[in-house]
Design a protein around this ligand. Structure first.
Ligand code: ZN
Length: 355
């Protein structure tokens, strides 16, 4: 059994292997529907949620997350509108964070239903910016940044320099206004109180939602059952200690009940939140130990430790994500005073054990 299969066995999947059909839904509890839409990436699906709602006397639904803007998810949504809403409108679109699979179709859903968008201020502003710039997740600055972390193949760097509109291609627009979610806020959905729990390290200001009455946590990408959340450092905030932010953030879920039903953005709804939080801490501790071991052999740059962190071959697209994760691991050790860093003559950051 693979390590991940063994870890997964420690979690409880109340629905077993059941998945929502394409364009359909599974009702998890009265007024909570699980949708699953296709993604054309290695991560091939996203979970979205419909919560029965009532706003200003109008009956309808709050949609949580949206999928990317592509014809397939638009078609899936059309089917959902026709078959899952009980003839009622979508009254509000709530987005956990700014990544394209979560916010891509928000503009379309909000316009179509004349519904407001609710999300964190940081993620809204970042998404607005990212869908306006030409070179999101590409361009000269990103290429320079990767070079400073050891990427040296000229063809790879050239491809990154020329990569255009990665974000805008999946998120063509954002609604022109929004309602801001803050950590600790309570959002009333269908008469029930959902508390916002901010999380850092994966997105600028991710919002998870917890409902005590229903004992349900919409964890977004902060706690996933099978894969570990992407935690990366990129050129916009090159000195970030993203992994520490992430690990501190998942500890914010520890006070929740151990039998809370977790609704993650990828994978299946599960119980075993505390087990999963511990698994994620263990996972990153093991990776950090391996990075330290490599750095004791000789000073390393982020590019050097890709094979340490990722035991499979990576294409360029995956390498760009993996490099961000490698920097996040090095930075946690550097901020924790276990590594020190120096910049070599070629301008590459190298990390060695702190004296
Ligand atoms: Zn995400």
């Amino acid at each position: 059994m693979s390590v991940s299969a063994e870890l997964e066995r420690a979690l409880d999947y109340p629905l077993g292997d059941e998945l929502p059909p394409q364009g359909g839904a599974i009702e998890l509890a009265p007024g909570i529907k699980w949708l699953r839409m296709r993604l054309p990436f290695a991560l091939d699906h996203i979970n979205l949620w419909l919560l029965r709602d009532r706003i200003d006397g109008r009956e309808g639904w709050t949609a949580v997350d949206c999928c990317i803007d592509r014809p397939e998810p638009r078609a899936d949504w059309e089917q959902v509108f026709a078959t899952q809403l009980d003839g009622l409108p979508i009254l509000r679109v709530l987005v956990t964070h700014m990544h394209p699979d979560h916010v891509g179709l928000a503009h379309w859903l909000c316009e179509r239903w004349n519904a407001p968008l609710w999300m964190s201020g940081t993620d809204y502003q970042t998404a607005r910016y990212a869908c306006q710039v030409v070179n999101s997740f590409g361009g000269e600055r990103l290429a320079d940044y990767f070079q400073s972390h050891g990427m040296s193949n000229p063809a790879d760097l050239e491809e990154i320099r020329n990569r255009k509109s990665y974000y805008r291609n999946l998120v063509p627009a954002l609604p022109p206004s929004y309602a801001r979610l803050l950590h600790g806020d309570t959002v009333t959905i269908g008469g029930q109180a959902w508390r916002c729990i901010a999380g850092y390290g994966h997105a600028p200001e991710h919002m998870a939602l917890y409902c005590e009455q229903l004992n349900v946590l919409i964890s977004g990408d902060m706690v996933l059952p099978r894969i570990s959340t992407n935690v990366s450092v990129y050129e916009m905030e090159p000195e970030a200690d993203a992994l520490t932010l992430f690990l501190d953030s998942i500890d914010r879920f520890k006070p929740l009940p151990s039998d809370v039903l977790v609704l993650p953005s990828h994978g299946k709804p599960f119980r075993g939140l505390h087990t999963r939080i511990q698994q994620l801490h263990d996972h990153h501790r093991d990776r950090l130990d391996e990075v330290m071991a490599a750095a004791r052999e000789q000073p390393v740059c982020a590019y050097d430790i890709l094979p340490v962190l990722f035991k499979r071959p990576l294409d360029l697209h995956q390498t760009t994500f993996a490099l961000g994760e490698a920097v996040a691991h090095l930075h946690r050790l550097w901020y924790g005073a276990k590594l020190r860093r120096t910049r070599d003559d070629a301008g590459v950051w190298r990390f060695a054990p702190a004296p």
